[in-house]
Ligand binder design. Structure first.
Ligand SMILES: Cc1cc2nc3c(=O)[nH]c(=O)nc-3n(C[C@H](O)[C@H](O)[C@H](O)COP(=O)(O)O)c2cc1C
Length: 213
């Protein structure tokens, strides 16, 4: 699969995990892809906690279930009805969680490029996640990003030190197929924007003259 094909096929996976455990060589390849991402000041500020203990997966799934219920309760009725059938995680069915963290102390006090924009640390970690996600897609492995959690609960569950930020829980596992259309679009939660709405010429707000694509 070339990189454009992986970008096209990539999906956030919740329902399509096959239930097989990802094999160790493949997991290492995906983590190596993540670890090859660009990073501000070459700090590589990420760490990856691989979680496969069924008891830990079950405990995290229970916590995420509570966060999902909180969100559902916060919605107006029509949005709640749209949200209810949407599955938001495959924590146990994927059989592997990768907790991705960001250590702002990595690289010391003088980070080349972060002195003006502090978020570049977090952004570097997001790029590592995207590398893993695309590499996984090219190997027929699904990834689902879970952000329905309270940071202290996950910190406690997997022992992340206080000074390290948690960026994501990724569900990682072989899939039966990739959906063609994102679940949030299929279930009527939110559609994607056309590229032309996102592209501006010369100044923000100037429409793209090439029309909808
Ligand atoms: C930062 C971030 C957090 C996300 N958190 C969740 C989540 O908690 N649960 C979920 O089902 N999807 C989550 N997603 C996946 C998005 O819903 C998904 O990427 C989007 O609907 C587009 O679908 P696609 O990734 O299949 O193209 C998250 C994605 C990102 C980038």
């Amino acid at each position: 699969m070339d990189v454009f094909e992986a970008i096209r096929a990539r999906r956030d996976v919740r329902n399509e995990f096959s239930g097989e455990l990802i094999d160790e060589d493949r997991l290492t390849r995906l983590l190596r892809a993540a670890h090859s991402a660009p990073s501000v000041g070459n700090t590589q500020p990420w760490d990856f906690v691989v979680v496969q203990d069924p008891a830990t997966l079950a405990a995290f799934a229970a916590h995420v279930g509570q966060c999902r219920d909180d969100f559902a309760r916060s919605l107006p009725e029509d949005r709640r009805e749209t949200f209810n059938p949407i599955v938001i995680e495959g924590i146990e069915s994927s059989r592997t969680g990768v907790v991705v963290t960001y250590d702002p102390t990595r690289g010391g006090a003088n980070i080349l490029g972060r002195h003006t924009i502090d978020e570049t640390g977090h952004l570097s970690v997001a790029l590592a996640i995207q590398n893993l996600w695309l590499a996984a897609t090219s190997e027929g492995v699904g990834v689902g990003w879970v952000s329905f959690y309270r940071e202290p609960a996950l910190r406690e569950l997997v022992g992340v030190p206080e000074h390290v930020h948690i960026v994501a829980w990724l569900c990682v596992g072989p899939v039966t197929r990739f959906q063609e259309v994102p679940d949030l679009e299929r279930f009527g939660w939110r559609d994607r924007r056309p590229l032309s709405a996102a592209v501006h010429r010369e100044r923000f707000g100037n429409g793209d003259v090439t029309g909808d694509r």
